[in-house]
Design a protein around this ligand. Sequence first.
Ligand code: BDR
Ligand code: CA
Length: 311
Amino acid sequence: MPRKIIIDTDPGQDDAVAILLALASPELEVLGVTAVAGNVPLALTELNARKICELAGRPDMLVFAGCAEPLSRKLVTAEHVHGRTGLDGPVLPAPTMPLQSQHGVDFIIETVRKQPSGTVTLCTLGPLTNIATALQRAPDIADKIQEIILMGGAYFEVGNITPTAEFNIYVDPEAADIVMKSGIPVVMMPLDVTHKALTTRARIDAFRKLGTPVGTAVANLTDFFERFDMEKYGSDGAPLHDPCVIAYLVKPELFKGRNINVEIEITSDLTLGMTVADWWGVTDRSANALFVGDLDADGFYALLAERLARL
Ligand code: BDR
Ligand code: CA
């Protein structure tokens, strides 16, 4: 039986690739996609989510708009990485599929309550505002969520939006704090692992060579997304952060991590949004996450190319 997931996302080129990977994977049943403000404002992330579902040939997918602002802070966006639209690179047509009228947070609550307990996994690819809001409004769902697989955080790789914080956690640290304290099993994909999932010319060419609209769009998305990180880090390519979340569900053997305690800094101005990860077990704080640190990058890109070819 495919694993039931909800994708919570702020597309974002790498979010787009993650959504495509999920829709191409028979191991997963995507119950819905909830958009959140992050890389760009909500009006663009929900629009981009629909563009990607249509690109995947899934205009039937349920797409919802969630929260437009973090719980208690002003929204910080990342057009400097993703471009003005959030999805710069390919030219994708305006979507014709509808945005669902229900609020994304209500969809999450209703779905988790409706499905058998322990069968819904949340895959979060952006700030955790929608999930934290759902947990605040409906604390009963915490016990019913199977797992949260989230892209966020950094420890040895330090920060990408500040010297100590990763973007998704920094945008809404209070939301991340609520999630990390919820007791829900969490798998965390921090920069420590996603910075090992780098595109290269050959990997992008493999997408382009698929010769399909999806292959071409993904090559153009990653081409655009690369520029910023190559300049910043002097690396060969750019990390495809968010697809790690989906790849973990499809092929967990590609990843390695440790069960450790992770706390979120929510008070210090200097280190706001830092994920304080007890990698070496130097505290007696109990483990609350599988903190992933390594992946088989060739296996990851082979999986992506194989699955995207199916769309
Ligand atoms: C995360 O931030 C966004 O820019 C990406 O989509 C990814 O989810 C990486 O820090
Ligand atoms: Ca994202």
